[in-house]
Design a protein around this ligand. Sequence first.
Ligand code: BTN
Length: 250
Amino acid sequence: MERWPAESIWELVSPLLPGFTVEVLPEVDSSNTELMRRARAGQTEPTLLVAERQSAGRGRLGRPWQSAVGDSLTFSLGLPYAPRDWSGLSLAVGLAVAESLHPDIGLKWPNDLWWHDRKLAGILIEAATVGGRSQVVVGIGINIRPRPAEGLSTPPAALTELWPEASAGAALLRLMPALVRTLLDFEPQGFAPLQARFETHDVLRGREVGTSDGRQGQALGVGPTGALRLLQASGECLIDSSEVSVRPRQ
Ligand code: BTN
């Protein structure tokens, strides 16, 4: 049974986010779906919702998100949010989570955390407009302990490989203040001030990659809005669509 440091998280985060609450649910369809439902119903107070089990966890591009009960951390943070520019938000979130958990965690554009070319965590960001004000829901799933590959070509990475004593609660306590500070800074500043830091974690930079919409080339890093710079035979192009996925070709 996980012991959640809900009170410690509240003490660290509520000075940054007035009205902040922490909630742990034993089961929900998806913590993102739940916070989006609440937002549409007018419940927009800053909320951290931790799901011990998700019956319909969702990933990017309409994919399901599988997590092992007790061996994963699945949560969403919802809050009123009106950034100057939304571009690069998922990269900023990935950077905050990676830096707070371990300096050697890699980032795979646009928002996966990688360890030794295996996926450690994923991020799903959704937004809604409620009564003319925008609301964001940042959902994060992290593999804490190893789990079987279950049809995947490579088994996912787990946080205990790089932080042996890691638990879901300890990881959440470490990352929450950094995540909230990053979201608050991003609102007026956007991604540009984080570009150089992202680069130090970028696992695609310099590698040959292929995209799900059929492009191939060398990844050159990211631009000031977080777009992926791809060098093709025809020249450099920018990929900024969150509908595209990218994989290294070797
Ligand atoms: C991805 O890599 O495709 C994104 C995965 C995001 C998973 C998290 S788990 C908590 C939150 N609730 C969901 O249903 N999805 C996100």
